[in-house]
Design a protein around this ligand. Structure first.
Ligand code: ATP
Ligand code: MG
Length: 195
């Protein structure tokens, strides 16, 4: 048996309002207590930083750009990530983007080949909880919020994430982010990744 000490590149996906950013905050706190070097990147923010130089002013405008422009931004963001050497690198992103042209992959094959994720975490929650989390967040310029759209998005998430696992050969941990139970979900993620 060959044992390799590898750095972890964890890609965390979940539809908007499922609680990725809140969960990650807790995961990082725990990892720092364990003296791991860890960094977290929002893939959308990396893309937005590049897009700002091209006159995009609001991150919620990103998904409305022509897909071809979003693909270029994805590639640049992935290249930035590939040079990070922390023991644990966590990428906060979406399995798919709701663009004007339809759902398109947050992690197309060319991006996966650059990032080389070691683990995927697919975050989910009850549709009703996602609904109320979205409604309460006034900081974002969200698409129309309905329960049936949220259910449809959860279904699409499973489809996209399966493809990513097959392309990368890396496992998916499915985590339910239950209301008021962030610590429980954070522990499950850390155990699954073996940290
Ligand atoms: P986006 O994709 O839009 O960035 P997100 O998945 O990062 O969304 P968060 O911003 O982390 O979602 O969470 C959305 C809202 O839900 C926040 O107000 C957060 O405090 C709340 N929230 C997240 N997880 C839980 C939980 N387990 N219990 C209660 N509230 C939660
Ligand atoms: Mg977030």
């Amino acid at each position: 048996m060959l044992y390799l000490v590898e750095n972890k590149k964890v890609v965390m996906v979940g539809i908007p309002g499922v609680g990725k950013t809140s969960l990650l905050k807790r995961v990082v706190e725990i990892l720092k207590e364990r003296n791991k070097t860890v960094s977290v990147f929002s893939f959308g923010t990396l893309m937005f930083d590049v897009a700002k130089d091209n006159n995009i002013q609001d991150r919620d405008e990103l998904r409305k750009l022509p897909v071809i422009d979003q693909q270029k931004l994805q590639k640049i963001a992935a290249e930035k990530l590939s040079s990070v050497t922390d023991e644990v690198v966590i990428i906060d992103t979406h399995a798919f983007i709701n663009s004007s042209e339809g759902y398109y992959p947050g992690l197309p094959e060319h991006v996966l080949k650059i990032i080389k994720p070691t683990n995927f975490v697919s975050v989910s929650a009850k549709p009703e909880e996602i609904y109320s989390r979205r409604i309460k967040d006034f900081t974002r310029n969200r698409d129309k919020i309905t329960l049936s759209n949220i259910k449809k998005e959860l279904d699409f998430q499973s489809g996209f994430i399966s493809a990513y696992a097959v392309i990368s050969g890396s496992p998916i941990k499915y985590v339910l982010n239950r209301e008021g139970k962030i610590d429980e979900a954070a522990d499950k993620i850390i155990n699954a990744i073996g940290l």
